[in-house]
Design a protein around this ligand. Structure first.
Ligand code: SAM
Ligand code: SF4
Length: 469
């Protein structure tokens, strides 16, 4: 593979990706069962094995894939579910992504960039709902550089009040920066840097990104390299499903993850798999050229759980309520809740706004409704930010995860943050149900740890906050 004029190489070998996908089709049942046995050992899967599972069509074998994913999910992550909300900072954008309502050519979209005061209002509104983890989202406009993005991150962290609380982890989804720019984001303490490749297929990428900086596929493909070189060791990758063949893009995304792992010793912290949603003046978003069915989508999530068992899987509110519920069991470890997709949305009483939003949302429930449902299904909502603040990130986090750390510490930490939520933000009925759920969850904690968890829960009851292991 030859470097381009800037010296960057496209490390995704398209022919090889297609060969992997094609040679894995129609595998026999014994091969599939062998792969599932291997996956049960929580060691992850090769690209070839992943491609086999992605193409399992037999209903019984498909069910075996889901069952194995449920076990792996339960074994590594237990029943804790991390919750967050996206916060849109600007919908101004100089790019022309064919699928996005924010594209520069969409003249009907009302453009807005939050001022520092408006941003504070948005943060307060989210804090008042109980959020502790935010994903800041930005259009890509030449007038907004790394300094400005870093300033918005600072504003979010600084928006603290006794009444509403604080944001403890800011993740961001913005266009790729240069290494110096990423260093600025690292210095202001971002958690995960997230950026989706959209599609790894060069021809499709070129057709769908005809203008603006995003046109340059190699600049985007090397974003995570630059972020990691700048010291950001939690990165989040993804592909936008519906643009190209999902099997190709999944195997390519996992090749990208393998490239990072071989180069930096750690792959992505999280993967996302958004499906195209309708967006204002974006025809392709209404008629995806490569639609992925619900069944294929569900299997994709289960297979990712088996392929990269220690990588977080994020599900957004693009998906509807039923699909979200099913995917909790199959592998998802982080869920956005109560999301709105335009700048100023959380302070806006009239929030159904196709004229300003990026795309339509599939799950419109508020945070408390989502919590009630997931607790009803036996999940502990978590706003834990302990690892990132204790420096357990990147390779350190992955190594700890492999020793059962998530079950041992993430579950107790989830209970502590859930207790805070119930005391500070929940309505009385939710609080009563939640508190008895926490009591029942204590039985699942090892006897050595149970007393210290109970002690911390008591301290929270008596007014202390932000306690963690
Ligand atoms: N502007 C930055 C960029 O493009 O990387 C970051 C923000 S962009 C709003 C975040 C993501 O939204 C994109 O990477 C894309 O995958 C997703 N997106 C865009 N249009 C969408 C649509 N119609 N449906 C679902 N997701 C969409
Ligand atoms: Fe701009 Fe990102 Fe939307 Fe593309 S996906 S138009 S870069 S906001």
């Amino acid at each position: 593979m030859k470097p381009d004029s800037t010296g960057l190489v496209n490390f995704i070998d398209e022919e090889k990706v297609w060969a992997t996908v094609n040679s894995a089709a129609n595998a026999d049942s014994s091969r599939i069962m062998d792969i599932l046995d291997k996956a049960s050992e929580l060691k992850g899967l090769s690209l070839e094995e992943t491609a086999v599972l992605l193409q399992v069509e037999d209903p019984e074998l498909n069910e075996a894939v889901f069952e194995t994913a449920r076990k792996v999910k339960q074994g590594i992550y237990g029943n804790r579910m991390v919750l967050f909300a996206p916060l849109y900072i600007t919908n101004e954008c100089g790019n022309r992504c064919a699928y996005c309502g924010f594209k520069a050519s969409n003249k009907e979209l009302q453009r807005r960039t939050l001022t520092a005061e408006e941003l504070q209002q948005e943060v307060l509104a989210l804090e008042n709902q109980g959020h502790k983890r935010l994903l800041l989202v930005y259009g890509e406009h030449p007038k907004f550089g790394a300094d400005w993005i870093a300033e918005t991150v600072r504003t979010v962290y600084d928006t603290v009040s006794e009444k509403s609380g604080e944001i403890r982890r800011v993740n961001i989804n913005c266009a790729p920066l240069d290494t110096a720019g990423f260093r600025k984001l690292h210095e202001v303490g971002i958690g995960t840097y997230q950026c989706f490749q959209e599609t790894y297929h060069r021809k499709t990428y070129a057709e769908l990104h005809p203008g603006g900086h995003k046109k340059d596929i190699l600049w985007r493909l090397h974003a995570m390299h630059r972020a990691m070189e700048a010291g950001i060791d939690d990165v989040g990758m993804g592909t936008l499903l519906g643009l190209y063949d999902y099997r190709f893009d999944t195997i390519a995304m996992l090749s990208h993850a393998a490239e990072l792992e071989s180069r930096f010793g750690v792959g992505p912290h999280t993967l996302s798999f958004p499906r195209l949603e309708p967006a204002l003046n974006a025809d392709i978003a209404f008629n995806p050229p490569y639609p992925i069915t619900d069944g294929q989508f569900k299997r994709l999530v289960a297979v990712l759980r088996l392929s990269v068992p220690y990588t977080g899987l994020i599900l957004s509110t693009r998906e509807g309520r039923n699909m979200r519920r099913e995917l909790l069991d199959c592998g998802v470890s982080q869920l956005s809740a109560g999301s709105r997709t335009y700048p100023g949305a959380y302070s806006d009483p009239d929030y159904d706004r196709p004229d300003v939003q990026q795309f339509c949302i599939g799950d419109n429930r508020n945070l408390e409704e989502v919590i009630t449902e997931i607790v009803g299904h036996g999940y502990v909502p978590s706003w834990c930010t302990a690892c990132y603040r204790a420096g357990r990130t990147g390779e350190d986090f992955m190594n700890l995860a492999k020793t059962g750390f998530i079950q041992k510490f993430c579950h107790p930490n989830a209970l502590l943050t859930f207790k805070e939520y119930l005391l500070d933000y929940a309505h009385s009925e939710t609080r009563a149900k939640g508190c008895s759920f926490i009591e029942s969850e204590l039985d699942r904690i090892s006897t050595q740890l149970r007393d210290s968890v109970s002690d911390r829960l008591n301290r929270i009851e008596h007014g202390e906050r932000d306690l963690y292991f």
